[in-house]
Design a protein around this ligand. Structure first.
Ligand code: VGL
Ligand code: ZN
Length: 202
């Protein structure tokens, strides 16, 4: 087995009505389920923050959601409170076919560091363990889908490509937040890292 489908953060809080809703985020669920049904290996990621997480604007006096601050590990966007461990908003979209998942990797649980990527926290150093999981299973090629294209999908895809995996992002099965040009920057960054951007099954 050499190929895995990685489904990034298809959670209630990132879908319309959620705390950090990605426009049209729920539109991908049906076609993502179709890919899940065919995949050799299925990995889901779940954004999973403790209450009072340092990426929340509410944790910083005088700050508002979408402000930028400097953290010890670099610049950080401040978000509305979202995906709090055990909350309804942290649950997967109710129609996502989670039963076929081999692994669910939770990230963002360290109170002091955000974690967009499925591979490393935002210090780009602390591993989540996913690399070892994939390598010990002999998985070398990855298809990524999910939310949000310009944050967690982007960081996961770039890290995976840097680690030497062959990475395809299905843009049609992602949706973006698009904050201050973040979508265009993400596309450029993914291409520069050697990620293949696909808009349909090819
Ligand atoms: C995400 C912002 C904050 C994502 C997670 O899944 O793209 N974005 N936490
Ligand atoms: Zn988050």
């Amino acid at each position: 087995m050499t190929h895995a489908l990685i489904v990034i953060d298809v959670q209630k809080d990132f879908c319309p009505g959620g705390a950090l809703a990605v426009p049209d985020g729920d539109a991908i669920v049906g076609p993502v389920n179709a890919l899940i049904a065919e995949a050799d290996a299925v990995i889901l990621t779940q954004d999973w923050h403790p209450a009072g997480h340092s990426s929340f604007a509410s944790s910083h006096d005088g700050k508002s959601p979408y402000d930028m601050i400097q953290m010890p590990y670099g610049p950080q966007v401040l978000w509305p409170d979202h995906c709090i461990q055990g909350s309804l908003g942290a649950q997967f979209h109710p129609e996502l076919h989670t039963d076929r998942a081999n692994l669910i990797i939770r990230k963002g649980y360290n109170p002091a560091i955000d974690s967009y990527s499925a591979f490393f926290e935002n210090d780009h150093t602390t591993p989540t363990g996913l690399e070892g999981y994939l390598r010990t299973r002999g998985i070398e090629t990855l298809t990524m889908v999910g939310l949000a294209l310009d944050f967690c999908v982007n960081f996961s895809a770039v890290d995976a490509a840097k680690l030497g995996f062959d990475v395809q992002v299905r843009e049609d099965l992602c949706r973006a937040i698009d904050l201050d040009g973040s979508l265009a920057a993400a596309r450029d960054g993914m291409r520069a890292a050697g990620v293949t951007l696909e808009t349909a099954h090819g």
